[in-house]
Design a protein around this ligand. Sequence first.
Ligand code: HEM
Length: 155
Amino acid sequence: MREVAKQDIGSAIAVAGHPIHAMLVHFPIAFVIATLGVDIFYWFTADDFWIQVGTWSAGAAFAFGVLAAIVGTLELLAVPGIRVRVASWNHAIAAMVMLAIVGANAGLRLYWPEAVLPGGLMLSTLASMAAAFAGWHGGKLIFDHGVGLLISSKQ
Ligand code: HEM
């Protein structure tokens, strides 16, 4: 425990001390939840307009998710105090599971738009649950472990 606590946990991929990953993650989370909302609108209205919106929304969730994951992975590899914590790897695995579901959801809309109901809606529900789980683990890194805070052993 003491050896883990000694390692630095200051963010390496940051702008003026603010972790870029923490700034990026709001986008995939928002687009994942928006896709679920759009699918529910489509379910109620049967208006094809919502199929198009869902394709863009699921695509944006995946694109921003990949971007956030790349920055998160760089952070994980670059900072010894992050790398050494089991909680970081738990978060990374949860995030990759989320990303796989989000990617499948985007792919389904691109190639089989007629399967949005019920397949897309089910994937959107699953993706929202996975985003909540991954996000909660990410939050634990900051609020429980103090990862990426401006007050680090470097200061
Ligand atoms: C393999 C991929 C990922 C790794 C290795 C990773 C790693 C990290 C790390 C090290 C932190 C602490 C903050 C920092 O130092 O930047 C963090 C925070 C966080 N991550 Fe990730 N992450 C990954 C993907 C994702 C994805 C795709 C999401 C989107 C759901 C996400 C959501 C969060 C959230 C919500 C926080 C807390 C941010 C805050 O409260 O301000 N992460 N992650």
